[in-house]
Design a protein. Structure first.
Length: 348
């Protein structure tokens, strides 16, 4: 990628623990006419979003279109029963409410961008095979450029859940990128994790990675191992009775590791936002975010963004029984201390 191309389309990664309000933020970013909001792009490519070597344009297209067994398994057993129950089956649903198996790009990324994701995919099928052979990072840049041209945007903002662990790799492959760190109150985030199928499975993968001394950096390897033969029935994981505090530890570890990964970035390449601040002060915080991204804080965008941010989304953990809440707060304490120290350092 040339320096001019990089300058023409700045790249920003919104990183966080997951369940921290980042989906809402993606929705806000999508409303800005100059921002290409890519929701769950990197996460959709798991367990190996950054394969080594080089790919032809055809190989890159196949990589994007290949269904991921992790996503399909969690969708089938974690989300699809609710979809069927509520009658919200999307186009492509088979007989007897059979779940459609979608390619990686078609689960979240394209539907987030357009009401006609199939048409957009058809256009990409025409363009991507023409890309020259290149490493995966250059293919991603080319894809972002193609999408930016299609939607008339100026800035790329990718946001994936549980992405703090990916910061070292993102920095290595995209040295031009800037980062937005979004975080949320630990107990509320951990409680949300405990109720969300993706994180119920991710916690097990992290547990296995920790047992091998690899920590969060080993989660992708464990994912590849668990799903190496295709779909897995993850219902035993989803139905297990796991203490909420276990997710508090997962949150704390993610925060502490993530802050370490971001620590040496200069201020012009890193901006941090508390989700609660976005809820309490949406206009000034969204204005600050727009300034960091390099786009104008248009009044109509600020109004639309405020409407996307639900101010009631806080303090859910306080409804837990006292003993469970105390254990959860204790497990989140290391991460909360790390965030407090980081904020104090930023204020100095």
């Amino acid at each position: 990628m040339t320096d001019q191309q990089s300058a023409d389309q700045p790249l920003i990664f919104v990183v966080g623990t997951g369940r921290c309000g980042s989906t809402a933020l993606s929705n806000v970013l999508r409303l800005h006419p100059h921002i290409l909001s890519l929701s769950e792009f990197v996460a959709s490519m798991e367990p190996e979003p950054f394969p080594d070597g080089v790919l032809t344009g055809e190989q890159f297209l196949r990589f994007l279109e290949e269904p991921r067994a992790f996503t399909t398994s969690v969708m089938r057993h974690g989300f699809w029963p609710t979809v069927v129950e509520t009658g919200q089956q999307p186009p492509g649903t088979g007989p007897d409410n059979e779940m459609p198996v979608l390619g990686a790009l078609s689960v979240t990324v394209l539907p987030h961008l357009t009401d006609d994701p199939q048409d957009l995919l058809s256009q990409l099928r025409k363009e991507l095979p023409n890309l020259p052979t290149a490493p995966i990072a250059d293919h991603y840049r080319a894809l972002f450029r193609i999408l930016g041209q299609r939607f008339g945007t100026r800035v790329v903002a990718e946001r994936s859940g549980y992405s703090l662990r990916m910061v070292p790799r993102l920095r290595q492959l995209f040295p031009e990128a800037r980062f937005v760190h979004l975080y949320r109150n630990g107990p509320d985030t951990a409680l949300s994790m405990s109720q969300y199928p993706v994180f119920q499975v991710l916690r097990v993968l992290l547990e296995r990675a920790n047992a091998k001394g690899r920590g969060q950096e080993g989660v992708s390897e464990e994912m590849a191992d668990m799903f190496r033969h295709g779909e897995v029935d993850v219902r035993p994981i989803l139905e297990a009775d796991v203490p909420t505090a276990a997710f508090g530890k997962m949150w704390s570890d993610s925060i502490r590791d993530g802050l370490h990964h971001l620590a040496d970035l200069p201020p012009e390449r890193l901006a941090s936002f508390a989700f609660e601040d976005l809820l309490d002060r949406p206009e000034p915080e969204l204005t600050r975010l727009a300034g960091f991204l390099g786009v104008a804080p248009m009044p109509e965008w600020l109004d639309a963004g405020k409407a996307e941010l639900d101010p009631t989304r806080r303090h859910a953990s306080l409804a837990l029984p006292p003993e469970e809440l105390a254990a959860l707060e204790e497990s989140c304490a290391p991460g909360m201390r790390a965030l407090r120290m980081s904020r104090e350092a930023d204020a100095r």
